[in-house]
Ligand binder design. Structure first.
Ligand SMILES: [Ca+2]
Ligand SMILES: [Ca+2]
Length: 318
């Protein structure tokens, strides 16, 4: 396949094309990658977000073993935090206050707006990839293999033997799952993906983010302490790839070859992701021209999954 925009490259399931940046120099700061679902005819169209096929899927909430584990990890984290607060309070009595103990001032503030209130039946993820490669990033799983149920994952065979990382295509390092219990009410958990491959996928919970706020029933804001993800002395990466993936169900049956219908992610296909530099204070998208997601509803079949606006604010400690 040839594309006039630039270097095409391929994986088994996706074609990825680098979208040209309208301004010279900007491409290095904010690169879009577009994945086009392979396949032709009905199969290809059927996996597009705007497909007019009849939706008849069973929506159910599963409890994954990792989620059960996560609840335990959440409790343990709070216990540790309690000990830390005691130490901090004791310290305040004797020493000058030490700002930022236990919490850094390096923040990622993500605000997502949907066409309808976030729905307790559905699943909402903020997905990050920190592998340092702008050709890889988080993507929804839209056909088999279903990855972790919502995100496409690299195969072991896709990994570069020299780096142990994929050269292109889907990848996942961290994610936040937002769980909605009622309109405007919910909680969130942060996860680290300890092995992103299809064959050996593993995740662990890092506990709750700093803040989860429903600004409106259809608008949620998550504040992440970057140091929760990249704990000292791990350096905060220069940039990450992000996608905002919403799905109507977790697909975990490897024999289920019905393309996913209810979902949204960045871009018309849902397979675009953005590469965001973390090196300075900035809010993305820096211009509407660099937003791959339509700002009007309709590219997703289900309004409660249809992302219509997103904002990522990077705040670095001085
Ligand atoms: Ca990447
Ligand atoms: Ca949308």
């Amino acid at each position: 396949m040839h594309h006039p925009f630039g270097v095409p490259f391929f994986t088994r399931r996706f074609d990825h094309l680098i979208r040209p940046a309208p301004l010279d120099g900007f491409v290095s700061e904010f690169v879009f990658l577009k994945g086009i679902i392979n396949g032709t005819g009905d199969e290809g169209r059927g996996t597009q977000k705007g497909s007019q096929r009849t939706l008849s899927v069973v929506k159910r909430r599963r409890t994954l073993p990792a989620e059960k584990e996560a609840r335990g990890m959440l409790v343990r984290r709070w216990q540790r935090l309690g000990v830390g607060l005691l130490v901090l309070l004791a310290g305040c009595a004797k020493f000058p206050p030490q700002p930022g103990v236990g919490v850094s001032r390096d923040r990622l503030i993500i605000t997502l707006t949907y066409a309808a209130p976030l729905d307790p039946r559905y699943f909402y993820f903020i997905a990050l990839d920190d592998d340092g490669n702008q050709l890889t990033g988080p993507m929804p799983s839209l056909t088999i293999p279903w990855g972790n149920g919502w995100a496409a994952l690299p195969r072991q065979a896709d990994l570069d033997p020299n780096t142990g990382k994929p050269r292109q295509g889907p990848n996942l390092s961290y994610f936040v799952e937002i769980r909605v219990s009622a309109p405007g009410v919910g909680q969130a958990l942060v996860y680290r993906v300890t092995n992103p491959t299809l064959e050996n996928y593993r995740q662990e919970s890092l506990g709750a983010p700093l803040e989860l706020t429903f600004l409106q029933n259809n608008q949620v804001r998550v504040t992440l302490d970057m140091r929760q993800l990249w704990a000292n002395p791990t350096p905060i990466p220069d940039r990450i790839e992000m996608n905002f993936i919403s799905v109507d169900e977790l697909r975990l049956n490897p024999n289920d070859n019905t393309p996913r219908q209810g979902f949204d992610g960045l871009g018309i296909s849902g397979n675009e992701f953005v590469s965001i530099p973390l090196t300075s204070n900035q809010t993305f998208p820096t211009s509407p021209a660099f937003n791959p997601e339509p700002t009007t509803a309709g590219d997703a079949r289900i309004d409660a999954l249809d992302l219509v606006d997103w904002r990522v604010q990077v705040i670095r400690a001085p």
